[in-house]
Design a protein around this ligand. Structure first.
Ligand code: ADP
Ligand code: MG
Length: 255
């Protein structure tokens, strides 16, 4: 179970998240939707303990409060963020980083032959050139290749909780389909894995069908529903929810 309780986040005295609550049981796919600049990436960064944010509340995964853990410990717990803009890291190849991470987790043992074979198979499934395996992380890679490299890491590290921050940004239609289908397959092979999709655009939900849809505005969740809610967003835009008369949104409008 992944649970966010009354999360408040600010940066440089600017309030970004206000009493945000989300509950995501194991094995489910939830999506948080909201317009640009409302704090979606901030939420992703705070879950991974990115520095510089002032935080209050709890983020609980596997009965542990992630807000009290280092990024290293959070990742070791099985939480993985697939970033909106994956950064490049010169001097560290994908193979080296993944080999080190696996050795850390498995206390030193690693079948190198199996590891290399698995990486090649994942690259092929992603239509990602195998040469990236031994290249430095994301160096010289396009936006689409960077997302695929993130999925190579996912396939090897086998996270239990995956956060996708705007997976579709920088992806052409074919790459969006390939990456989404790979995530869907991973989820089918690892059914207890839960996924939090963060997006301002509902297209990705055609591939990764969510169990619940949450609309975010003014730093909190203002409405929760099923897939139909995402279709309402597609049809009416986000302002429709801000101005609508339901009780939860009224609270936000009146603030
Ligand atoms: P979204 O992902 O929903 O588009 P972000 O979480 O990236 O939005 O940003 C939310 C708001 O917080 C924006 O107005 C952004 O400029 C601001 N913000 C985020 N991080 C910082 C920071 N480190 N310093 C100052 N402002 C920030
Ligand atoms: Mg963002």
């Amino acid at each position: 179970m992944f649970k966010i309780n009354n999360l408040n986040v600010s940066v440089n005295d600017k309030n970004i998240l206000n009493n945000l609550n989300v509950e995501l049981p194991d094995g489910q796919i939830h999506v948080i939707m909201g317009k640009n600049g409302i704090g979606k990436s901030t939420l992703c960064k705070v879950i991974m303990n990115y520095p510089g944010y002032t935080k209050k509340g709890n983020i609980v995964f596997n009965n542990k409060d992630l807000l009290k853990m280092s990024t290293y410990e959070i990742a070791k717990e099985g939480v993985m963020l697939i970033s909106q803009n994956p950064v490049s890291i010169e001097g560290v190849s994908n193979a080296e980083a993944l080999r080190t991470a696996l050795k850390e987790r498995n206390e030193g043992t690693l079948d190198i032959f199996k590891f290399n074979k698995e990486m090649e198979e994942i690259c092929d499934k992603l239509a990602l050139d195998r040469s990236f395996i031994h290249k430095d992380i994301n160096v010289g890679a396009s936006g689409g290749e960077r997302k695929k490299i993130e999925l190579l890491h996912m396939g090897i590290l086998k996270p239990k909780f995956i956060i996708l921050d705007e997976l579709d940004s920088g992806l052409d239609v074919d790459s969006l389909r390939i990456t989404s289908e790979n995530i869907k397959k991973y989820k089918a092979e690892n059914p207890s894995t839960s996924i939090l999709i963060i997006t301002h655009h509902p297209k990705i939900l055609e591939y990764l069908h969510p169990d619940y849809v949450h609309i975010m505005n003014n730093g909190k969740i203002i409405k929760t529903g099923n897939y139909d809610l995402a279709m309402e967003v597609e049809k009416n835009g986000y302002n429709y929810f801000k101005d609508s008369n339901n009780d939860i949104t009224k609270e936000v409008t009146n603030e």
